[in-house]
Design a protein around this ligand. Structure first.
Ligand SMILES: Nc1ncnc2c1ncn2[C@@H]1O[C@H](COP(=O)(O)OP(=O)(O)OP(=O)(O)O)[C@@H](O)[C@H]1O
Ligand SMILES: O=P(O)(O)OC[C@H]1O[C@H](OP(=O)(O)OP(=O)(O)O)[C@H](O)[C@@H]1O
Ligand SMILES: O=C(O)c1cccnc1
Length: 480
């Protein structure tokens, strides 16, 4: 969380390598690292980038305390001069990243670090954990929200999250992905994600009667009351008692924005029956919330069954991204600077061609069709390449180079923006509401074929001709 110093939250090898860089004279050598991922969770067509704000806070407070240095000394592995260097350690490099909420695709750099070797190495673990966690949850939330087809989705998962960060930061990411709010109070206090909720079964059980429980709650919280109707018998007692409480307590006050919540049983059937009962009682204003181990598949299924649901409360399957709980973002060295400042591209080779990295300090462009406004393809270019939108631009599939497409009436947008320059922040963090709105807008610019749940079209992430040539030469020259 943003108030803690998390400099020691790194894999131990970052420190042993850094000690080695220090002793081998590499530590002033500028390096370039890219963060990218290889597959979209759940077989989706796109992911949502998130986690940058936590990285910014982390970088800004990056330093080692005396007690950290004492701990490292106790390991008897680190050179005294390295430990002295850590005393003054701070981040002095550059970071470029796509803004949070941007739809992103496999193999493109979400974030790029240019920094002296030790600095770039030491931040690897935190940078990856922030992006991997929040991008995972934002991507899952976007799927769930899209399945709800405009209905409200609330994040209810804190109690089932994997730890405090999983809950608090996870709820932040869920909001970026389009949830309307969260049950997590701390996420509201820290990040301004609207917190709210309904009631638990314990409230209903506490009173002598269900009606008394409902009546008391309506009197206490007349605005936005949601009554949980499944503690005893949803249709025989829960809904009738709720109708009575609404009519006796809220309607006379002119209040009409209330709801019931269904949390067990056949939600499609119960919601249709409850809707009929509410309508017949003249309470068509009453909304219906549903919860109980929901996810995008169940929500789609419920809607296909004609469920009458206005709001979905989604907990465990969202906050743990249960169906695909790993966002495989990686942090790879793509270039180093020679002592004269020349940028030397580096590649990581693999038997598995999809794991071969894209070398060099790069730019990431997204092309939009000027007529439809839709995103056409992304292209990775060398850092000094400029794309002229007034000249036709031919892109090609890097894995099947004969497949080409020439773009004419297009806009080219650079996706990464500078976040840090020489260790100083140059980026103003947007509000969480602006991030959510940006995410909604940008996802709307993807073709439906890329957005669909099953077997989406693969969105093109191409390499410029220059980058492709450099990659090919590096692969030819590569020495083991
Ligand atoms: N109509 C439906 N179609 C598909 N899935 C549903 C439907 N109604 C409920 N579910 C889902 O079925 C799962 C289990 O519900 P089930 O009725 O077996 O248990 P429950 O209602 O939690 O039981 P309990 O009464 O003990 O709380 C939940 O994930 C729930 O969201
Ligand atoms: O199922 P999820 O998607 O995780 O949604 C959150 C669940 O948490 C609550 O149940 P819980 O049994 O923990 O408490 P309650 O019955 O006392 O509300 C709530 O009633 C939901 O069922
Ligand atoms: O407010 C709610 O209804 C709620 C909050 C957390 C978990 N389940 C439900």
């Amino acid at each position: 969380m943003q108030r803690e110093n998390l400099s020691m939250l790194c894999d131990f090898y970052e420190l042993t390598m850094s000690n080695g860089y220090f002793l081998n004279g590499f530590y002033k050598r500028n390096t370039y690292f890219d963060v990218f991922f290889r597959t979209v969770p759940d077989g989706g067509g796109f992911a949502i980038a998130a986690g940058l704000e936590q990285i910014v806070h982390y970088i800004e407070q990056l330093h080692f305390e005396e007690e950290d240095i004492e701990y490292l000394r106790s390991k008897k592995l680190f050179d005294e001069k390295f430990l002295t260097y850590l005393r003054e350690f701070k981040f002095t490099g550059d970071i470029y990243a796509v803004p949070e909420g941007t739809p992103v695709f496999p193999n493109e750099p979400i974030l790029t670090v240019r920094a002296p070797a030790i600095e770039a190495q030491l931040i690897e673990t935190f940078v990856l954990l922030a992006i991997n966690h929040q991008s995972l949850i934002a991507t899952k939330a976007k799927r769930i929200v899209r399945a709800a087809q405009g209905r409200v989705v609330l994040e209810f998962g804190s109690r089932r999250a994997q730890g405090a960060d999983g809950a608090v930061i996870g709820a932040r990411a869920a909001y970026i992905g389009g949830c309307a709010g969260t049950a997590c109070t701390l996420t509201d206090e820290l990040y301004g994600v609207p917190a709210g909720g309904t009631m638990a079964h314990s409230w209903v059980q506490m009173f002598d009667s269900e009606y008394e429980a409902f009546k008391t709650y309506c009197e206490l919280y007349p605005d936005n009351t949601t009554l949980l109707v499944d503690t005893y018998n949803t249709l025989k007692s829960g809904v009738p008692n709720a109708i009575r409480a609404f009519k006796e307590i809220l309607l006379p006050k002119g209040i009409t924005n209330f709801a019931i919540r269904l949390d067990s049983g056949d939600i499609a059937y119960l919601s249709r029956q409850a809707r009929n009962m509410l309508d017949e009682a003249g309470l068509s204003c009453c909304k219906i919330t549903a919860s109980n181990a929901l996810d995008e598949h169940l929500i789609r299924d419920l809607l296909m069954q004609g469920a009458c649901i206005d709001t979905f409360g989604v907990g465990e399957r969202l906050i743990t991204a249960r169906s695909a709980p790993v966002f495989g973002g990686v942090y790879k060295l793509v270039a180093i600077e020679a002592p004269d400042g020349t940028i030397v591209p580096k590649i990581k080779v693999s038997e598995n061609t999809s794991k071969i990295t894209n070398p060099h300090f790069k730019k990431l462009y997204r092309f939009f069709d000027n007529e439809s406004g839709k995103a056409l393809a992304d292209e990775l270019c060398i850092y000094d390449e400029v794309i002229d939108p007034d000249t036709p631009h031919t892109i090609f599939d890097p894995n099947a180079t004969w497949k080409t497409k020439t773009l004419t009436n297009f806009t080219a947008k650079e996706l990464q923006v500078p976040i840090f320059k020489n260790g100083k922040r140059v980026y103003e963090l947007p509000s969480i509401h602006d991030i959510q709105a940006y995410c909604t807008e940008q996802v709307g610019l993807l073709w439906d074929e890329v957005q669909r749940f099953e077997n989406p079209h693969t969105y093109y992430v191409d390499l410029s001709r220059r980058l492709w040539d450099i990659k090919r030469l590096l692969l030819q020259d590569c020495k083991s």
